[in-house]
Design a protein around this ligand. Structure first.
Ligand code: COA
Ligand code: AMP
Length: 632
């Protein structure tokens, strides 16, 4: 099989192609309606199929001879714990916890928020919801109470599953006070909070709080509930251009087919192999490639509670790869930049055996060429930069390790994955030829697995993704194809930034900065950072007559963003400026300021109100030592 034939098949005959892929999973009712329109007029996959994702991830393997194979290894250097669960053990735990949820009145279609660190119970909670058709919404443990409250109000969950604390390096972060505050802030009221008590910080329990282990002791195992292919499996909130995150909805059928296909074709992984995605269950990588895809494929997945460095050292990734004989590894480039900084000569690597590692995949941000070269030299295995996003749930472009391996090019995520008709268009939606940068879009229909809607707000789905270029899904990334058809993703064209592999909205940070009493107007931009990819910087115009030391303002704003979004936003720099550059119609020229800070060439917009302001901004950045321009 060649890449070209597989890709053309998927684009020319999508129904035939995806029907064939659907045959690789075990449906209760195989769909006859492969591609149709849903009630919103959207393309919809496998509408009349019936299945259960938790069944495919667990029971199917127990019923088909994998019951005693390891399903999940929990490796936690921050608690000095390694635990292993066979498919049978994990299935039983999930079935019992699903029983506990049922006894609490959770039924098909109810939402359940999961606010947990990287512990096995987070995966058990997700799979237990999937088993009974409840819709989980995992919220990354680094989010502050306000963010959690926003998600509670949007998803309107019946209950929340939590742990008493998370552990960041050697810091114990109590979760329960954050949850209690979020419940106070939210308008929607939850029935219960189920808490997994961890010995590092036991939570104080209040009215309606339940102990995870107590409710599991008495619960009876329940079976998988048959679900429609189009029933939602989960909602995952992601940053958009405004302060309100978007609830990306994932269905059951398309998701299962797409993930199973991706494991075979993109990752080249076989059942029985060991697959490790070092990310967090709070992000899409965690959903797709820590929990669902490896389990649906019959692999052993690793759930790692630690960081690439300082848990306890920069050799921790190599230790896990060796200990658990990992075949395929996936993480974000930022983690490797952190390792390279602490251990540039990879001294730690020398004590480990990585001979079973076949391929390294990276995503979440652009793989910068120096890190790519360092990884290739260090690991001596193919390094695959692949591009995707929360919205798609699985890779849009990659080197297809299970179909045809091609030469890679530094800075490129190689070719579109079968199913994704990727095009580059200009602002008038005209398809562009190679080597010309434009908006990266996907011609409709999107393949199975990609989001069918935004939770509770289909009009937001249309306005965010479909209305910019009619007939195409708008990815929000800019990029180009080179003359050989390699795709280069050059970064977001909207107000989304990527800080240490975390997707954040500058619009949301601007709302917080603007709420400071001294601030008349502001802009937050993401500027290039050699370790974290990008870092946010605030540019603030003070109200007339306000007298505040710039350093004091900077610390107050940093604290506000930390308290309202979370520490991982890394908002540390804010400077006072006299004016902000705008177009004549009043739009702030954020991309231009970003390019100035990054010392990237740019064309002065013809519509700029006063070009002199750009010189002033550059001077302010230089005098505050911000960005590459400030560090020259
Ligand atoms: N809970 C609470 N706080 C968290 C957190 C979490 N889950 N994650 C990060 N934070 C905090 C950190 O403790 C730190 O706090 P501090 O300012 O008090 O020191 C702050 O947020 C900044 O965190 P971060 O930017 O992540 O820096 P770091 O030095 O803690 O770690 C990396 C750097 C590269 C190791 C880490 O960012 C990383 O592993 N990133 C990869 C992300 C990822 O997997 N993305 C998915 C795409 S594959
Ligand atoms: P998220 O939804 O959090 O997975 O973030 C998705 C965004 O991360 C994309 O829209 C890109 O901007 C960026 N991204 C992810 N993978 C890559 C990659 N391989 N190359 C460049 N950018 C990437």
């Amino acid at each position: 099989m060649t890449y070209q034939s597989e890709f053309e098949h998927s684009i020319d005959k999508p129904i035939e192609f995806w029907k064939q892929q659907a045959e690789s999973i075990d449906w209760y009712k195989f769909p006859t309606d492969i591609l149709s329109k849903d009630s919103n007029g959207n393309d919809c996959w496998f509408a009349d199929g019936e299945l259960n994702t938790a069944y495919l991830a667990l029971d199917y393997h127990v019923d088909n001879g994998r019951g005693d194979q390891l399903a999940l290894i929990y490796d936690s250097p921050v608690t000095n714990t390694i635990e292993q669960f066979t498919y049978r053990e994990l299935r039983d735990k999930v079935a019992i916890f699903a029983g506990a949820l049922t006894e609490l009145g959770v039924v098909k279609g109810d939402r359940v928020i999961i606010y947990m660190p990287m512990v096995t119970e987070a995966a058990i909670g997700m799979l237990a919801c999937a088993r009974i058709g409840a819709i989980h919404s995992v919220v990354f443990g680094g989010f502050a109470s306000k963010e959690l409250a926003t998600r509670i109000d949007d998803a309107e969950p019946k209950l929340i599953l939590a742990a008493s604390c998370g552990i960041e390096f050697d810091k114990v972060i109590p979760y329960k006070p954050l949850i209690d505050e979020a419940r106070e802030l939210a308008t929607h009221k939850l029935q219960h909070c189920v808490v997994l008590q961890r010995p590092q910080q036991v939570a104080l329990m209040g009215d309606g709080d339940l102990d995870w282990n107590e409710i599991s002791k008495t619960a009876k195992a329940v079976d998988c509930v048959p679900l429609k292919s189009t029933d939602p499996l989960y909602i995952l909130y992601t940053s958009g251009t405004t302060g309100k995150p978007k609830g990306v909805v994932r269905d059951n059928g398309g998701h299962a087919v797409a993930l199973r296909y991706s494991m075979k074709s993109v990752y080249g992984v076989e059942p029985g192999e060991v697959y490790w995605a070092a990310s967090d269950v709070g992000w899409v990588v965690g959903h797709s490639y820590i929990v669902y895809a490896p389990l649906m494929t019959g692999c052993t997945t690793i759930l790692f509670e630690g960081k690439p460095v300082r848990t306890p050292d920069a050799g921790t990734f190599w230790r896990v790869l060796d200990n658990h004989r990992v075949n395929v590894f996936f993480t974000a480039p930022t983690g490797f930049r952190a390792i390279r900084k602490e251990d540039p000569e990879t001294k730690h690597l020398k004590q480990y055996d990585l001979s079973h590692l076949r391929t390294l995949f990276v995503a979440g941000e652009r793989l910068d060429p120096p890190t790519y070269d360092w990884l290739k030299q260090t690991l001596k295995v193919p390094v695959v930069d692949h591009w995707w996003q929360t919205e798609t749930g699985w890779p849009i472009a990659s080197n297809l390790m299970g179909i045809e391996v091609v030469d890679t090019k530094a800075g490129s995520s190689t070719f579109p994955v079968p199913g994704y008709n990727v095009q580059i268009v200009d602002e008038n939606s005209k398809e562009l030829g190679h080597s010309t940068e434009g908006d990266v879009v996907v011609k409709l229909p999107l393949p199975p697995g990609a989001l069918p809607t935004v939770w509770g707000d289909h009009s937001r789905y249309v306005s965010s993704y479909l209305s910019q270029h009619e007939g195409y899904f708008h990815s929000g990334d800019g990029g180009y194809f080179d003359a050989d058809g390699y795709l280069f993703i050059m970064g977001r064209t909207d107000d989304v930034i990527n800080v240490a592999g975390h997707r954040l909205s500058t619009g949301e940070m601007e709302e917080i900065v603007a709420s400071h009493p001294a601030c008349a107007e502001c802009a937050v931009i993401g500027i290039a950072d050699k370790d974290k990819g990008q870092m946010p910087v605030g540019l603030v115009l003070l109200k007339d007559g306000v007298n505040i030391e710039p350093e004091a303002l900077e610390s107050e704003l940093a604290l506000m963003v930390r308290q309202q979004i979370g520490a991982f936003a890394n908002f540390k720099r804010a400077i006072v400026v006299q004016r902000l550059p705008k177009t004549r119609s009043g739009k702030i020229l954020r991309q231009v300021m970003r390019k100035i800070a990054d010392k990237v060439e740019f064309e002065q917009p013809a519509t700029i109100d006063d070009p002199q302001i750009l010189v002033e901004i550059q001077d302010s950045l230089v005098s505050n030592k911000i960005g590459y321009v400030g560090n020259q």
